[in-house]
Design a protein around this ligand. Structure first.
Ligand code: ZN
Ligand code: ZN
Length: 420
């Protein structure tokens, strides 16, 4: 081992500790005595352990980590019986849901190989995803409804790093990806917790501005895009920190740069083209173009991954409708990195985006306390899926349409028009 190697390792361990601190203190806001349920890829073991340490230092009563093994997933696709792809371990997700109901916090470490399942039968992938989504629903509803405090952070794994830095030796690719993760997660300064407080304050100013405006719709214009997205009745913009149902303030995504709300499930019309590839559970879907009529996708095309895209859209009735609309300036730090991460947590924070499927009920005033029928009546979409894809770039203009039809410029060339 050379001196430089040792130096790099110490620097990484120091930054891992800072990332773990931000994950526990800012991401979760973990309360003393609270239980923590964590999921992590095997390759994220050092970060999972650093988080475990910080969680116990913060007073966690118990940290349970479920590790996932991508090779094991591939073995299933290679050897399992065909009928297996309609099955999922419902008991596991029911157990996780029971933990959240009993007050446990939730932390997910992502670092998946974006093209793990690229060579597999699209039909089998779709069936497996559908079975998993269905089994996961009890847990997902609690997470999407912020019944408890939760967060997602990421770890540089070799498979993911190879996708982001193709052609580089693994060690170099992993080191570069860690650098990008640390920078995007705002842990580079002396006091990352204070840096996050300032960032959350910025995002809050933006959401307060948009909430005061109460726009009826947003309009997007750009290459291949001419779209009007009606916003849900009594929608509310969110961004940065969230107060969960258990009163704990958490930051669900690290990094996060977006402000977002709920579109109206029936009031989206026009055409929109994706501006970055979408990595969806092992398949990369590029150059998506869809046309909406009365909120529903009536035409869809993509340059790659079309079979998977079509299967996704046929998941259920809500899969062809929007569940989220989010604004991110083109100058966001992640966008400026110029990297394509093939990971939604990063790519969605590099560009304005929309999501197909399930809406966040917290984006409706009083929505967390509403029943399903009431949410749907407000325009909130329901679906087994929630898939973000990027429609923003330096060439996109966004306008807000007020209740009485006045059109106001919100973003030009991908940047906010007003400074506030
Ligand atoms: Zn989003
Ligand atoms: Zn989303």
């Amino acid at each position: 081992m050379t001196f430089q190697d040792t130096g790099a390792r110490i620097a990484r361990e120091d930054r891992l500790e800072k990332l773990a601190t931000v994950a526990v203190q800012v991401g979760l806001g973990l309360r003393p005595g609270q239980e923590l349920v964590m999921t992590a890829p095997l390759d994220a073991l050092p970060l999972a352990r650093a988080i475990t340490e910080q969680a116990y230092r913060a007073g966690a009563s118990n940290v349970t980590t479920l590790y996932t093994d991508e090779l094991a997933t591939l073995l299933r696709f290679t050897h399992a019986d065909d009928a297996a792809f309609d099955a999922a371990p419902a008991w596991l997700y029911e157990g996780m849901a029971a933990a959240y109901r009993a007050g446990a916090a939730r932390l997910a470490i992502t670092g998946d190989d974006p093209s793990l399942l690229a060579g597999q039968d699209a039909e089998k992938v779709a069936r497996a995803n559908r079975a998993r989504s269905k089994a996961y629903l009890p847990a997902l509803e609690l997470i999407a409804g912020f019944a408890t405090n939760w967060t997602i952070v990421s770890a540089a794994t070799p498979a993911w790093a190879r996708a982001v830095f193709p052609g580089e030796p693994d060690e170099v690719a992993v080191a570069r990806l860690w650098d990008a993760i640390f920078a995007a997660s705002r842990i580079e300064g002396d006091d990352p917790v204070a840096a996050w407080a300032a960032h959350n304050a910025d995002l809050r100013r933006r959401t307060e501005f948009l909430n005061a405006k109460r726009y009826r719709a947003l309009r997007y214009r750009g290459p291949g895009t001419d779209l009007e997205v009606g916003l849900a009745d009594e929608h509310e913009w969110h961004g940065g920190a969230t107060r969960a149902g258990n009163e704990i303030v958490c930051n669900a995504n690290i990094p996060t740069e977006e402000v977002f709300t709920t579109p109206h499930r029936l009031r989206v019309s026009g055409t929109v083209t994706s501006t970055k590839p979408l990595a969806y559970q092992g398949t990369v879907i590029e150059e998506i173009q869809v046309r909406f009529e009365e909120g529903r996708i009536v035409e869809a095309a993509s340059r790659t991954g079309k079979a998977v895209l079509e299967k996704v859209l046929d998941t259920d009735e809500g899969a062809r409708r929007l569940g989220e609309v989010a604004l991110v300036p083109h100058s966001s730090p992640i966008s400026r990195s110029g990297l394509l991460f093939y990971n939604t947590l990063f790519d969605e924070n590099a560009a304005s985006h929309i999501a197909l499927g399930q809406a966040y009920s917290k984006c409706i005033r009083g929505g967390l306390a509403m029943g399903e029928d009431d949410l749907v009546a407000h325009g909130c979409n329901r679906s087994l899926i929630h898939i973000d894809w990027m429609i923003g770039s330096g060439e996109i203009a966004v306008d807000g349409v007020t209740a009485d039809g006045v059109v106001e410029p919100l973003m030009r060339h991908g940047e906010w028009v007003s400074r506030s």
